[in-house]
Design a protein around this ligand. Structure first.
Ligand SMILES: Cc1ncc(C[n+]2csc(CCOP(=O)(O)OP(=O)(O)O)c2C)c(N)n1
Ligand SMILES: [Mg+2]
Length: 545
C-alpha cells in the first residue's frame, strides 16, 4: 500500500474519527478511503483549532488530527500549532514535506526545523517503511505525559511510495503517573493544618477527569475552590465553595480569599505567569501538584511539590486527608460558604446594573448575562475569544458541569474561539456549542463560518460588535483620534447569511432573549447561527488592583 494509506490505516486503529485538513495532502484521500470523516476548512489555523477542541473536550481520549500541504499549508498552520503548544493541548499534526531531493534545502519550509519549539515531538519520515514506527512514536507521545502537539512531516514522495501492507500496529498505550507517597503525605498534613486553604485547579483536572475527587477533597477540607481559565468548569461554580474562575477579570470572593489564604494548593495547573490568569499574591505559601515537573518552582516558588497525574494525586490525597480527619469534615463549611456568599452578593449587586442594563448600544454584560439565563448551561460548551469578550464573560459565566467551558490564556490568538466551538460540536454533537467574540476577532477567522455551514457543524456564534478594538482604546488614544486606528466595521449578520447560515443583528435589549432562542432553534435544525449584538465600547472589567 502507499505510505499515505498506511498513515490512514494507523489513524483508524488509533480510533480517529475525524481528519481535519486542507489540501493537498494525500492522507486526506486515504482517510476517506478508511471511512474516517474528512473535514475541510478554509484555512489551516482554524482546522488546528478544531482538532484542538476535539482533544480538549474529550480529555485527550480522542485525539484531534490535522493534515495539510507542505510549504504554504504548513507555513500557514503555525499559529494553530503554537496556540495548542501554549495552552498544552495534545494534537497530532501531519504536514506534507517537500520531496526528499529538495527537503530541508533553503528556501523550502521544513516543518521539522520550524515547529521544534511549538511541539513536544517532531519527526520527519525519510523511509516509507518507517511510517508505522513514526506514527507509534507520535501517538505514544501525544497520549502520555504533558499534553502538547506532536508532528510527523511526511515528504510527498514518501507519501506516494509503496510499503508492505502487512505491517503491525498496536495503538499506543495511555499511562498514568502516580505521585510519590511521601510527597502526598506531606501535602495532606499541610492541607489539614491550614486554616484558610484555597484550592486552585487547572486543566490537568480536566485531562485526568479528576472532577469527583477534586470536589470530594474540597468538601472534606471545606476549602474554597477556584480554577485557572483553562481549568474553568473543573469545579461547579454554583457550588457553595466555588470562588469562580481565575482570569484577567475575576470575582470579588476570589480576590478576597486568595489574599487571605494561608496555603494555596494548585492541582493540575502550571502557575505560569500570564496577564490572563489570576496572579498568586506575593509571599503566599504554595503547594503545587502537577504532571510536569517543568512547571514546578518556575514562576512561583513552592513550599511543597508533588509530581503526578491529577486524578491519582487527588485520590491518594483524599485517602490521607480522610484518615487525618477521621473521615469527616470539621464543621467549617457554614462559615466559609457564608463568607463566600456575602462577598458574591456584594459583587453581583455592584455589577447588576451592567448585567441587566437597558440602554442601546447594548451593554456586552447584559448580552452575556441574558445568554447564560437563556441557554441550558449544563448542556452548553462555551468559549470566549481574545479581547474584551473574554474578560466580560469569564467572571460571570457559571459552568455547572465539567468541560462545558473552554478557557485559554497562555497565548491569545484573536479568532481562536470559532474553531474551538466547531471542534467541540464535532466531539459533543448533543451540546449547544457557543463562541463569544468581538468584531476584531471575527476578522481573523470569520470565513470559516462557511465551514460550519458546509460541514454541518451547527454552532452558535455570539458576536459583540462595537465597531472597535475597544480593549486597545486606552493604549491607542492618539492613533484613534488622528487616524481612527481602532475603528473597524462590518455587517456580520449579513455576512453569516451570505455564507448560508442564520444571521441576526440585534440592537434592542428586549430582543436579546428572543433572538438567542431563535438562533438556538436554528442550531437544532442543523444550521449554524451568528447573532451580531451591537454593543457599546465597554472598558470596565471586574478587576482588582
Ligand atoms: C492574532 C492576534 N493579534 C493581536 C492581538 C491583540 N489583541 C487582543 S484583543 C485585540 C482587539 C480586540 O477587539 P475586539 O475583538 O473587537 O474586542 P473588543 O475589545 O472591541 O470588545 C487585539 C488587537 C491578539 N490577541 N491576537
Ligand atoms: Mg470590538
Amino acid at each position: 500500500m502507499k505510505a499515505a494509506n498506511a498513515v490512514a490505516r494507523i489513524l483508524k486503529k488509533e480510533g480517529i474519527e475525524f481528519l481535519i485538513g486542507y489540501p493537498v495532502n494525500q492522507i486526506i484521500e486515504a482517510a476517506a478511503e478508511e471511512d474516517i470523516r474528512t473535514i475541510i476548512v478554509r484555512q489551516e489555523r482554524v482546522g488546528l483549532h478544531m482538532a484542538d477542541a476535539v482533544s480538549r473536550i474529550s480529555s485527550g481520549q480522542r485525539i484531534g488530527v490535522f493534515a495539510m500541504q507542505h510549504g504554504p499549508g504548513t507555513e500557514n498552520a503555525f499559529g494553530g500549532v503554537a496556540q495548542a503548544f501554549g495552552d498544552s493541548v495534545p494534537i497530532v499534526v501531519l504536514p506534507g514535506g517537500y520531496p526528499r531531493r529538495i527537503l530541508n534545502i533553503t528556501p523550502n519550509f521544513s516543518a521539522l526545523l520550524n515547529f521544534q519549539h511549538v511541539t513536544k515531538w517532531a519527526e520527519q519520515v525519510i523511509l516509507p517503511e518507517s511510517i508505522p514506527d513514526a506514527m507509534r512514536r507520535a501517538f505514544t507521545q501525544v497520549k502520555n505525559g504533558r499534553p502538547r502537539p506532536v508532528l510527523v512531516e511526511i515528504p510527498v514522495d514518501v507519501m506516494r511510495a509503496e510499503i508492505p501492507d502487512d505491517f503491525a500496529y498496536t495503538p499506543a498505550p495511555r499511562l498514568r503517573t502516580a505521585p510519590e507517597a511521601r510527597a502526598v503525605t506531606e501535602l495532606a498534613a499541610a492541607l489539614v493544618a491550614a486554616q484558610r486553604p484555597v484550592i486552585y485547579a487547572g486543566q490537568g483536572v480536566h485531562y485526568a477527569r479528576a472532577w469527583t475527587p477534586l470536589r470530594e477533597l474540597a468538601e472534606l477540607l471545606e476549602a474554597p475552590v477556584t480554577t485557572s481559565l483553562q481549568g474553568k468548569s473543573a469545579f461547579p461554580e454554583n457550588h457553595p465553595l466555588s470562588l469562580g474562575s481565575g482570569g484577567r477579570s475575576i470575582s470579588k470572593p476570589l480576590h478576597h480569599f486568595l489574599n487571605h489564604a494561608d496555603l494555596i494548593f494548585g492541582i493540575g495547573c502550571s502557575f505560569a505567569t500570564t496577564n490572563y490568569g489570576v496572579a498568586m499574591p506575593k509571599g503566599k505559601r504554595i503547594a503545587h501538584a502537577t504532571l510536569d515537573p517543568l512547571d514546578i518552582n518556575k514562576d512561583v516558588p513552592v513550599e511543597l511539590a508533588v509530581a503526578g497525574d491529577a486524578a491519582l494525586t487527588l485520590e491518594l490525597l483524599l485517602a490521607e486527608v480522610r484518615d487525618r480527619l477521621k473521615g469527616k469534615p470539621r464543621g467549617r463549611l457554614a462559615a466559609v460558604a457564608q463568607e463566600i456568599a456575602t462577598l458574591k452578593q456584594e459583587w453581583l449587586a455592584q455589577w447588576m446594573p451592567r448585567l441587566t442594563q437597558k440602554t442601546t448600544p447594548l451593554s456586552p454584560y447584559r448580552v452575556l448575562w441574558d445568554l447564560m439565563h437563556t441557554v441550558d448551561v449544563a448542556n452548553t460548551i462555551i468559549t470566549h475569544d481574545a479581547g474584551s469578550p473574554r474578560d466580560q464573560i469569564s467572571p460571570f459565566w457559571e459552568p455547572t458541569a465539567p468541560l462545558t467551558y473552554i478557557g485559554w490564556v497562555k497565548t491569545t490568538q484573536l479568532g481562536y474561539g470559532l474553531g474551538l466551538a466547531m471542534g467541540a460540536k464535532l466531539a459533543a454533537p448533543d451540546k449547544l456549542c457557543v463562541n463569544v467574540w468581538g468584531d476584531a476577532a471575527i476578522g481573523f477567522t470569520g470565513m470559516d463560518f462557511e465551514t460550519a455551514v458546509r460541514e454541518r457543524i451547527p454552532i452558535l456564534s455570539v458576536l459583540l460588535n462595537n465597531f472597535s478594538m475597544a480593549i486597545e482604546l486606552k493604549v491607542m488614544k492618539t492613533a484613534t483620534a488622528k487616524y481612527r486606528s481602532t475603528d473597524i466595521s462590518g455587517h456580520y449578520a449579513d455576512f453569516a447569511k451570505a455564507l448560508g447560515g442564520w444571521g441576526e443583528r440585534v440592537t434592542e435589549p428586549d430582543d436579546i432573549v428572543p433572538a438567542i432562542r431563535r438562533a438556538v432553534a436554528k442550531t437544532r435544525e442543523g444550521t449554524p447561527a451568528l447573532l451580531e449584538f451591537i454593543t457599546e465600547k465597554a472598558e470596565d472589567f471586574s478587576m482588582f488592583a
